[in-house]
Design a protein around this ligand. Sequence first.
Ligand SMILES: N[C@@H](CCC(=O)N[C@@H](CS)C(=O)NCC(=O)O)C(=O)O
Length: 202
Amino acid sequence: MKLCYSATSPFARKVLAVAIEKGLRDQIEFTQPDTSDVFKGINPKNPLGKIPSLELDTGELLFDSIVIAEYLDAKDGNPTLFPTEPLERAKVMTLHAMANGMTDAAFSRRWDATALPEGERSPTWSERLRLAVENCLNVLEKEVSDFGGKTNIGTIAVACGLGYLDLRFSHEDWRKGRPNLTAWFEEFSKKPSIAETAPPAS
Ligand SMILES: N[C@@H](CCC(=O)N[C@@H](CS)C(=O)NCC(=O)O)C(=O)O
């Protein structure tokens, strides 16, 4: 299996963390994104131009990150990170949706600020994205005691999102006023799947 991957992508990190949780890391070959023209996208194999994507040995291409994560989790016939009981699954997928949406908003805000030409940036849109991140962090601070000890696709996505905020928005300090989320993240980050996929220092 070939994973189009970058160590700074929180979405690719989520997939690699799942692969490590499932003991599949050794089966993965890593390929690099093509960053020669970011306005054309960075992954020519994916029609959306995004990473991660997973190319199977048959040549079939899987994307996006949640699809790849679910495939890797189910591959051994014993899914552990995506619950099967309907309500439990809906709750975990809602947590994933919030964490992934927060990460998407942070990524877009950073992309707008660094990749767009000066006159094409929108402070109004950037503020909308900043608020979405802020709101998700506030909900996570309230809800973290419910998901504290669990390892699933929701909690993995939360850790990858917080790691991305540390990488790109450390000056905004998401930990301030959020002691519960801070303590959870510190503990969860000790898991091998999270520790071994931490992004490089910016
Ligand atoms: N919803 C996608 C998001 C993936 C994504 O936004 N990846 C970023 C890197 S962190 C990317 O490839 N951006 C390039 C682009 O949007 O052109 C997923 O979960 O896989």
